[in-house]
Design a protein around this ligand. Structure first.
Ligand SMILES: Cc1cc2nc3c(=O)[nH]c(=O)nc-3n(C[C@H](O)[C@H](O)[C@H](O)COP(=O)(O)OP(=O)(O)OC[C@H]3O[C@@H](n4cnc5c(N)ncnc54)[C@H](O)[C@@H]3O)c2cc1C
Ligand code: FES
Length: 266
C-alpha cells in the first residue's frame, strides 16, 4: 500500500540537460516504495504555502533512496527547482498511478519518447533489462541541443540488446524527421510486441494509429496537467474511446493505445 502522505526529501544535486530541461536528484528521508516505470510522484516545496502547489513528475531513476527527475521549465513550479540550492527541503507524494506493467515475454519493445517524455521510458528500459526483454529506445527532439542524455540512452538500450534511435525535426542530429517516422522505418524490417510511449499528444495520436493498423499493443503515459493528483478534483480528465472520461491521475497515467479517444483530445 502506497502511503497517501508527503514524504520529506532533500535536493542533492542538479544537472543541466538542455536549454530548457534539467535533472534533479532528491534523497528521500523516509520509507519510499520503488516506483514502477510510468508511475509518477507529486513534488512539493514545503513552506511556499500555496494550495495545490505540488507538481507531477515521472521518475527517471531510483536507487538506494535517491530519486532522479528530469524537469522541463515551463512555469513557476518548474522554475523553482532550477534555482534551489542543494539541501533545499522538498516533499514527495507517491509513487502514484498504474505504470506500464512490463513483464517477461511478449516480444521486442519499442519505447518512444517525445521531448520531456523520456524519464518514464528510461525506467521502462531498466525494467525491460530486468525481465530479459529487448527494447529499442526512440527519442525525438526538435534540435540536437534538445536531445536529452543521448549517451545514457544508447547505453541503456544496449543493456537490453536494443538500439537507440535519436531523431531531430531539423536533422541537426540523428535521423531527420519525426520519431514516429523512425519507428515506421524499423517496423518495415522488425516486429515489436509492445509500444510504450510518453510525449506530446500529436505523437501519441500517430502512435495509436500505427498500433491500430499493425495490431501491436500500445501503452502510453499521459502528462496531462494535474492539480490534486489523487483523483478528487477532475482537473485531469481525458475522453475514453466509446464514451465517458478517465482521470489521468487515478485511472492512469498509462492507458492502452485503444482505450482513449485520441482524436477528440485538444
Ligand atoms: C503524470 C505526469 C507526469 C509528468 N512528468 C513530467 C516530467 O517527468 N518532467 C516534466 O518536466 N514535466 C512532467 N509533467 C508535467 C509537469 O507536471 C508540468 O509541466 C508542471 O506541473 C508545470 O508546473 P509549473 O508550475 O512550472 O507551470 P504552470 O505555472 O502551472 O504553467 C505554466 C505553463 O505550462 C503549461 N503547462 C502546465 N502543465 C503542463 C503540462 N502537464 N503539460 C504541458 N504544459 C503544461 C501551462 O498551460 C502554462 O502555459 C508531468 C505531468 C504529469 C501529469
Ligand atoms: S488531478 Fe485531480 S482528479 Fe486528477
Amino acid at each position: 500500500m502506497v502511503p497517501r502522505r508527503d514524504l520529506p526529501a532533500r535536493l542533492l544535486h542538479r544537472r543541466e540537460l538542455s536549454p530548457t530541461v534539467y535533472a534533479v536528484t532528491f534523497r528521500l528521508e523516509g520509507p519510499f516504495h520503488r516506483p514502477a516505470a510510468g508511475q509518477f510522484v507529486m513534488l512539493g516545496a514545503p513552506g511556499l504555502g500555496r494550495p495545490f502547489w505540488r507538481r507531477a513528475f515521472s521518475p527517471a531513476a531510483y536507487r538506494r533512496g535517491e530519486l532522479e527527475l528530469m524537469i522541463r521549465q515551463v512555469g513557476s513550479g518548474t522554475a523553482y527547482w532550477r534555482n534551489a540550492p542543494a539541501g533545499t527541503p522538498a516533499t514527495l507524494l507517491g509513487p502514484l498511478g498504474n505504470g506500464f506493467g512490463i513483464a517477461a515475454g511478449g516480444g521486442r519493445i519499442a519505447a518512444v519518447a517525445g521531448g520531456i517524455g523520456l524519464p518514464p521510458l528510461l525506467m521502462a528500459l531498466e525494467e525491460a533489462a530486468r525481465h530479459g526483454r529487448e527494447a529499442d529506445l526512440f527519442q525525438g527532439a526538435a534540435t540536437a541541443g534538445e536531445l536529452l542524455e543521448p549517451e545514457r540512452c544508447r547505453e541503456m538500450a544496449r543493456g537490453t540488446d536494443g538500439e537507440f534511435v535519436a531523431t531531430t525535426d531539423d536533422g541537426s542530429a540523428g535521423e531527420a524527421g519525426f520519431v514516429t517516422d523512425a519507428l515506421e522505418r524499423r517496423l518495415a524490417r522488425r516486429s515489436y510486441g509492445l509500444v510504450l510511449a510518453c510525449g506530446p499528444l500529436p505523437m501519441l495520436r500517430a502512435l495509436a494509429r500505427i498500433c491500430r493498423e499493425r495490431g501491436i499493443e500500445g501503452r502510453f503515459a499521459m502528462e496531462e496537467r494535474m492539480a490534486c493528483g489523487v483523483g478528487v478534483c477532475l482537473g485531469c480528465v481525458v475522453p475514453r474511446a466509446g464514451g465517458g472520461h478517465a482521470r489521468v491521475c487515478a485511472d492512469g497515467p498509462v492507458f492502452g493505445a485503444h482505450d482513449l479517444d485520441w482524436e477528440a483530445m485538444a
